[in-house]
Design a protein around this ligand. Sequence first.
Ligand SMILES: Nc1nc2c(ncn2[C@@H]2O[C@H](COP(=O)(O)OP(=O)(O)OP(=O)(O)O)[C@@H](O)[C@H]2O)c(=O)[nH]1
Length: 178
Amino acid sequence: MITLVTGGARSGKSRFAENLYKDEKDVVYIATSKATDAEMRERVKLHQESRPSEWRTYEGNYDLQNSIGKERNYLLDCITVLTSNIMFDISKDVEYIDYDMQRRIEDTVIREMQNLINGISLKDYNLVLVTNEVGDSIVPEHHISRVFRDIQGRINQKIASLADEVYLVCCGIPVKIK
Ligand SMILES: Nc1nc2c(ncn2[C@@H]2O[C@H](COP(=O)(O)OP(=O)(O)OP(=O)(O)O)[C@@H](O)[C@H]2O)c(=O)[nH]1
């Protein structure tokens, strides 16, 4: 069963996603963020302390299938950070990200997701994927932000179509939309 959880920053989506496994010990937490500065390190530390100690944490971006073990439950937080890391890798030498490059970025993110999904061999597994609604505000001023918003919007549509259930979290309140 694949569940997609989407929402804005500080909408409560990560907490909602973690609560889906509140009675489970057999959980792998897949963190896509890299704690490269003090703000992120502090945030990550709070997250780690709030998770049940039995959960296993896997940190990575590429080769997400390496997170797979004997566990039945997986939680990936979040696709948006995965997209931005892949986008910066692929577009690092260009100033303008054309449609071909946008497609390559999208395809790479979707391939990582597919590898993860296909790699879990247990029949009755659960995979919760967290993403962000990044398109709900004004049109961003800069090209790179507009491209990121468009890429993430299209990726969210594709992953929502693969998911069995989709929740939108707003003001800490989850709304089931699929
Ligand atoms: N590297 C790493 N990142 C982590 C770890 N635990 C959590 N994170 C990252 O923390 C981020 C989520 O935290 P926040 O940014 O505080 O949450 P949010 O999703 O914006 O906020 P809400 O919508 O309120 O849940 C995700 O990008 C995770 O990858 C960890 O153990 N290691």
